[in-house]
Ligand binder design. Structure first.
Ligand code: SER
Length: 316
């Protein structure tokens, strides 16, 4: 039986992954830890919840002991645009937090899942079919913490035998918890605005291709990787995973198939445009496909239909 701790449990991935894990492994076996004092009722009432600072090792150790934790999904992190605004804080949360968790995992024999990101690449990285193993010279604080995090996880596996695993997630799209402070947030905002106003003002330029993924695929990726046969993993941390690659005009056109009145204009945010320009157009995720059977269920068309359907009902 798995006993799981999820950090960042009230965040974009955590709020959904916690519920996904509870359905799979049992409510009481999945402990949620986040920085919000008052998380969603669903999260609070379905299983244990603790309000913590992810850099506070003592509290994490006490949770690991109290609940006999054997697996940690460490999701607490700042996203790219917020990290650019508060670089010192991003270092602290994204990297010091990860270091704390890895140390706890080393001492208490826990497996650790950590998401990396398309942000771990930089302008020198090949843009198209970005290989699994390639140049990584990110120019954002977010990217620096992500690439250092990948290396740190590899180190803890090689040096101490900690069962670390991770994915490089693309922009994640969900109708449940909004992202808050990422460069790929437009691909979520556009749905809210399309439903409410039939219009969206996009902060990225037309032609800015980025990898994206619908949240159900991201949840599946995290759990499938943690359940994968370790003997088959040649890589460990930071598997490229993607489900679709598009530019703003493509998602707008897809939405317009459902909402014909929908229009979009552009007002470019130079900070987020520069970040997006330093990231890949489309990653090659064949290593994940070969080593642990990764395969997404949602492409742009399927994701858009489901998002509009679920979000319309939520907003109504
Ligand atoms: N969605 C993230 C961001 O935009 C990328 O990992 O910051």
């Amino acid at each position: 039986m798995k006993n799981i701790l999820v950090t960042g449990a009230t965040g974009q991935i955590g709020s959904e992954l916690t519920m996904f894990l509870r359905q799979r492994y049992g409510n009481e076996n999945v402990v949620a830890a986040g920085h919000r004092r008052e998380p969603d009722r669903e999260l609070l009432e379905s299983g244990p919840y603790h309000c913590i600072e992810c850099t506070d090792g003592e509290t994490i150790i006490s949770l690991v002991k109290q609940y006999r934790i054997d697996t940690i999904y460490h999701l607490a992190a700042l996203l790219s645009a917020v990290a650019e605004k508060y670089p010192q804080k991003a270092w602290d949360v994204n990297l010091a937090g990860l270091f704390t968790v890895l140390e706890v995992a080393r001492e208490h024999a826990c497996a650790v899942f950590t998401p990396s990101s398309i942000g771990a690449f930089g302008p020198d990285t090949p843009r198209d079919d970005t290989p699994q193993d390639t140049i990584q010279r990110p120019v954002t604080m977010y990217g620096i913490t992500k690439v250092a995090g990948e290396l740190l996880c590899d180190y803890y596996f090689r040096r101490f035998g900690v069962d670390t695993r991770g994915t490089r997630f693309p922009g994640l799209i969900s109708y449940k918890t909004p992202p808050g402070g990422g460069t790929t947030d437009y691909a979520v905002e556009i749905f809210y605005e399309a439903i409410k106003k039939e219009h969206y003002t996009c902060y990225l330029e037309a032609g800015t291709y980025l990898d994206m993924m619908y949240m159900p695929d991201a949840l599946k990726a995290a759990v499938d990787l943690m359940e994968a046969d370790p003997g088959k993993l040649k890589h460990r941390n930071a598997f490229n995973v993607t489900a679709m690659s598009f530019a703003p005009e493509h998602i707008a056109a897809e939405i317009a198939k459902h909402i014909p009145e929908f229009t979009m204009k552009y007002e470019i945010d130079p900070v987020r445009q520069a970040i997006a320009d330093s990231w890949p157009n489309h990653m090659d995720d064949s290593a994940a496909r070969e080593e642990w059977g990764w395969k997404p269920d949602y492409d742009l068309e399927a994701m858009t239909g489901d998002m509009l359907d679920k979000l319309s009902r939520k907003i109504a």
